[in-house]
Design a protein around this ligand. Sequence first.
Ligand SMILES: Cc1ncc(COP(=O)(O)O)c(C=O)c1O
Length: 392
Amino acid sequence: MDPLPGATPDDTNPLRRLTLGELRRRTSMKWRAYPDDVLPLWVAEMDVPLPAPVVTAITDAVARGDTGYPAGTAYADALAGFARARWGWDGLAVERTAVVPDVMLGIVEMLKLVTGPGDPVVVNCPVYRPFYQFVTHMDRRVVEAPLGADLRIDFAALEESFRQAVADGGRAAYLLCSPHNPTGTVHGAEELAAVAALADRYGVRVVADEIHAPVVALDARFVPYLSVPGAESGLSLMSASKAWNLAGLKAALALAGPAAAEDLARMPEEVSHGPSHLGIIAHTAALRDGGDWLDAVRGGLDDNRRLLAALLAEHLPAVRYRPAEGTYLAWLDCRPLGLGDDPAAVFLARGRVALSSGPGFGTGGAGHVRLNLATSPELLTEAVRRMAAALD
Ligand SMILES: Cc1ncc(COP(=O)(O)O)c(C=O)c1O
């Protein structure tokens, strides 16, 4: 398996560039949490080399000794340009943005602006596990609004959760995940406008986590929440960290709709001291000059989604998988395998492949696993082979 068969140095798909040996030399969480006989397809890191413009931007900064505190609006300017070019959205007003250390800490700060201690925060379960952890840790209450069987927002469930959330008079927020982790669902313009209308009707403030926004299928379209009618009081978090694998270079942006500008202005200034200057340099370069690289990754992920569906059909036909339009995550319903609530534990123990455990994603997660598709076709194939072997 090392080097990967089929991987050539000049392959234009960044997902095919690195050998397993090169990846195992990484010291980040994905590659260090488990022993070397485990193939890791869990945490949302990508098995890619960085785009050349990002490498150049960071190494030049280091060579200059430009490693002080961040200043200016380059990150927001680059995101505004990206949003205009990619999503046809020219409503990203740089003066209504703020840099924050990362998306999760940005979410905490946005929730502090629009809710108080003990107040409810609605989430669409199953959802990214830290939504529960960070919200609870900041002394807010999670209210679950399960996704529908089609893995899209169930508006009846959402309305019921809003009704519950506002029932005892607190200030309620809705932490929308768009695109949705773990299902990869890309919410459409009509759905987002319906979210805005419902939130307005119940007086619920929307905070949209749009960290996966750039990572959609080549023929799919991401719609920024703040671009839909009725979303003027919304807040959003965006970042280059998922799409360009920059989680270790900390930075993210908080965005406010026109009617939320005063809320964002109340964010304490010291929060903006958190992001790393090198992170902002890297994210800015990615948004400005990383478009071709991103499109090559999106094409590779389209291939990997098809490959995963074919591999499951061949080796694990009972597993239910609905290829999604967004993110590099695959949400696998393993209940028909009869492996209990946490099939990831079985795949790890018996197959030596690490996936994310479904139950951590809240109600609806039992019997599921999340698989990270941002790897080479060869490692993806090996992962499914190991999953199937775990059942022998
Ligand atoms: C939906 C979602 N939000 C936030 C994060 C974490 O972002 P950050 O590292 O910027 O806090 C992730 C990471 O995978 C994620 O999937």
